[in-house]
Design a protein around this ligand. Sequence first.
Ligand SMILES: [Zn+2]
Length: 126
Amino acid sequence: MTNHVSSKLLYELSSACSQTECEVCESVECASWETRPSNFMAKNYEILGTCQFDGSENIWDEYHPQQTTIWSNKAPIALKHYPYNRADVLRCAHCQKVYLTYTEFGGYYVDQRIRLVNPDLIVLEE
Ligand SMILES: [Zn+2]
């Protein structure tokens, strides 16, 4: 059973990193959701838990009170909403930066996406 990560815990985890330069993460540019780069090395990241909860796979609503889109750098990180409600929480073992990752299942493709967690964008909710 994977640990469930609440918005509060995600805030604490992502606020803990003060390092900005990281040789492991430097190829992962993902202020907004991006496809994981081909050189993404999963072994450099620790899985801290998941934001999924009972029934979350049926929730497709996005949260954009400021007219952002899913691809925006400023899109809120709202764990009750899509796609955050599918995401697992990763932490770089080297610099402690925290990322969310989820798998998009399209009709003819599977896309593994990743986004850096900016604590200022997290919607604190229970
Ligand atoms: Zn790193």
